[in-house]
Design a protein around this ligand. Structure first.
Ligand SMILES: Cc1cc2nc3c(=O)[nH]c(=O)nc-3n(C[C@H](O)[C@H](O)[C@H](O)COP(=O)(O)OP(=O)(O)OC[C@H]3O[C@@H](n4cnc5c(N)ncnc54)[C@H](O)[C@@H]3O)c2cc1C
Length: 618
């Protein structure tokens, strides 16, 4: 017990102990050997990671960077050890194999959003994803450059055809379900049998116990009139925009939120719109009130079938959502780190990286060409005569380094604070990338018999604190075996998106409000909401949070998805006037990170890295 600090208790280790389980692996890892993926409690933007950056950006604190002695010199310094920063190091080293490279990150783990969470429950290892979750549509969305990196790292996406068991939950009679929270709908009701497939298509339609739509809707706690309105949204013979031309219809969908479309154009009651309010949250970081109707038209949302519009141009989401390592895209980060830092982990395949032990003590070993320095926040970058100088804070000490080149693979919005030298127009453009906050909570439970009893594996809860509650993806590879029997321990993945919906606020204002909410919440606050939602959703199936929860890891991403152009709030020339001007190279400094490419995707983080390196060294 001596090695468990008060903060461990506040951050959830105590919960593991209280549950009567043995958190020994986690504590051993925590106390004697740094192994961040096994830490439970408040992760993501965890305590200790963001305070220096906030002092710089929010409190206007200045750091005496100009008088700092140079402690180290590198060919390349990368700020940010997410997929983009790691890929930048990889591309730079490929051009210049002897390059000396330092990667800085403010977290205690590498990978940025690509975060691995581990639990050991009763001797059983459970691996989950704490952020970036899947390789989205590798055939249609990934550029040749990003695909080539996958190949070079040994990733063959056809491997997931076998590794991802698309039939498991179906074979157990489980389907998606919809949860109606009493605060919005008068009573708590879980309705299993959702065949609509609005969320990722990782299973066959009509899976498990999915029901015909009318039977599914009959169980909703809505008035008869609202149920009829709900069903009418799926009626292809009804055109709510009859009389308008195709161009007029498309333009109207771009300038109308989906919620307004449902209420003002399709004539739905508020309670019908509430059934969809939280459903885009996990994908956009915004509810139906702030997502354009045009954006959700191609994603299976109803109300558009009778408009007579041409099929939505290929939006890239027709591929199955199965390209998922057990730890999500954290495996991409691990593959990059293994390739960059010899000796940090053994193995050489996409399978063996899943269970490969990583020795974090070797990440920043003296004498190595590539070093990854964690818990290090960059606070200043300046161009000079022969490259650039950087200052970073580690512990409470300020350090100076010099580099021939710098790649800023951090967030766009911190860059103006790091580089006061940048032209004002570029600083303004960078600051517009306000990231969407969101929380991925992984809850290790002793068994999932309540899910089996209720006939659900994936619950959408459009008006609840957690808008999505689902069993982990059924992926087995590299010796890792996913839970298959409801009597086994399991990870429940829960999504929370904060914000200020239905107040007429634009996306950036909602994101800022949401970030404030997240930063004001302790682990105990999150835990309370986790227990409340799980007890209410699964209680009728016999679930008891007091008995069934073994451990909780809250991945709080106050700066989550990079900003995506939104036709409700941004000008049509956003890309040309904001996105591209923001990422311009400045002297010895180039800008990577998925923010720079305008969407929150791993493949764009890689594209950004390749572009930034080619701007620096051709
Ligand atoms: C919850 C969540 C789920 C996602 N799911 C998917 C998905 O399924 N598929 C997909 O393709 N993408 C997904 N994404 C998008 C994700 O952003 C990208 O996949 C990718 O991980 C982005 O990598 P990056 O390196 O560009 O940025 P990041 O991962 O954000 O890495 C940037 C790093 O720089 C650090 N940093 C910032 N400022 C400083 C500083 N001053 N000093 C030092 N370090 C600093 C940051 O803290 C961070 O660690 C998801 C994102 C989130 C938040």
């Amino acid at each position: 017990m001596a090695s468990i600090s008060r903060r461990d208790f506040l951050n959830g280790v105590a919960l593991t102990i209280a549950a009567g389980l043995t958190p020994s692996a986690q504590l051993a890892a925590h106390s004697f050997r740094p192994y961040p993926p096994a830490l439970v409690g408040l992760r993501g933007h965890h305590e200790g990671a963001f305070e220096t950056a906030h002092a710089l950006a929010l409190e206007g604190r200045t750091f005496a960077a100009d008088r700092l002695p140079v402690e180290e010199r590198y060919d390349l310094v990368v700020v940010g050890a997410g997929i983009s920063g790691l890929a930048a190091a990889w591309y730079y080293r490929r051009k210049n194999p002897r390059a000396r490279i330092l990667i800085l990150d403010n977290h205690d783990d590498f990978g940025g959003h690509a975060k691995r969470n581990e639990f050991k429950i009763g001797g059983r290892l459970l691996i989950g994803y704490g952020g970036s979750e899947a390789i989205q549509s590798p055939r249609s969305l990934w550029s040749p450059i990003a695909k080539a990196l996958l190949r070079d790292l040994g990733v063959d996406v056809t491997r997931f055809d076998r590794a991802f068991d698309r039939r498991l939950y179906q074979s157990l009679g489980l389907s998606r379900g919809l949860f109606f929270a009493r605060e919005a709908f008068g009573r708590d009701v879980l309705v299993p049998g959702d065949a609509s497939g609005l969320s990722g298509d990782d299973e066959a339609r009509k899976a498990g116990n999915a029901k015909p739509l009318s039977e599914f809707v009959a169980a909703f706690p809505l008035s008869a009139q609202s149920k009829a309105q709900f069903l009418a949204l799926y009626d292809a013979s009804r055109d709510p925009l009859a009389g308008k031309s195709t161009a007029e219809k498309l333009s109207l969908l771009k300038s109308t939120s989906y919620r307004d479309y449902l209420i003002k154009i399709c004539g739905c009651a508020e309670e019908v719109a509430d059934c969809f309010q939280g459903r885009p949250l996990g994908f956009y970081g915004l509810g139906a009130d702030a997502v354009p109707a045009s954006d959700v038209r191609g994603l299976g949302y109803p109300g558009f079938a009778g408009l007579g519009l041409p099929a939505d141009a290929d939006h890239g989401y027709s591929e199955p959502y199965i390209y998922h390592f057990p730890d999500g895209n954290a495996s991409l980060a691990r593959l990059l780190v293994r390739a960059l830092v010899p000796g940090v982990a053994s193995g050489k395949t996409m399978d063996d990286v899943v269970l490969a032990p990583f020795d974090y003590r070797r990440l920043d070993a003296a004498g190595r060409n590539v070093r990854i320095r964690l818990n290090a926040t960059c606070v200043n970058v300046r161009n000079g005569a022969n490259g650039a100088s950087l200052a970073y804070v580690r512990g409470d000490k300020l350090h100076g380094i010099a580099a021939r080149h710098v790649v800023l693979a951090c967030f766009n919005m911190i860059i103006p604070h790091l580089m006061p030298q940048l032209p004002q127009a570029q600083r303004t453009a960078l600051a517009q990338n306000v990231k969407a906050p969101l929380v991925y909570t992984n809850v290790a439970i002793r068994d999932w018999q309540a899910f089996a009893k209720l006939g659900v594996h994936d619950i959408s809860a459009p008006m609840s604190f957690h808008s999505r509650v689902k069993l982990d993806f059924p992926v087995a590879m590299g010796g890792y075996r996913n839970p298959r029997d409801p009597k086994e321990p399991m990870i429940v993945h829960m999504v929370h998106v904060p914000g200020a919906p239905n107040q007429g606020l634009d996306a950036r204002t909602q994101f800022r409000a949401g970030r404030g909410q997240l930063l004001g919440m302790s682990f105990a606050d999150f835990e309370e909401r986790v227990r409340d939602d799980l007890d209410r959703m699964l209680g009728p199936g016999g679930f008891s949070s007091a008995r069934d929860i073994a451990a909780i890891t809250v991945n709080r991403w106050s700066h989550g998805y990079g900003y995506v152009e939104n036709s409700l709030f941004d000008p049509a020339d956003y890309k040309e006037t904001v996105q591209i001007p923001a990422r311009q190279k400045f002297g010895a400094v180039a800008i990577a990170n998925s923010d720079a490419e305008g969407d929150a995707y791993a493949h764009l983080a890689i594209d950004a890295a390749a572009r930034a390196v080619s701007e620096l060294i051709g």
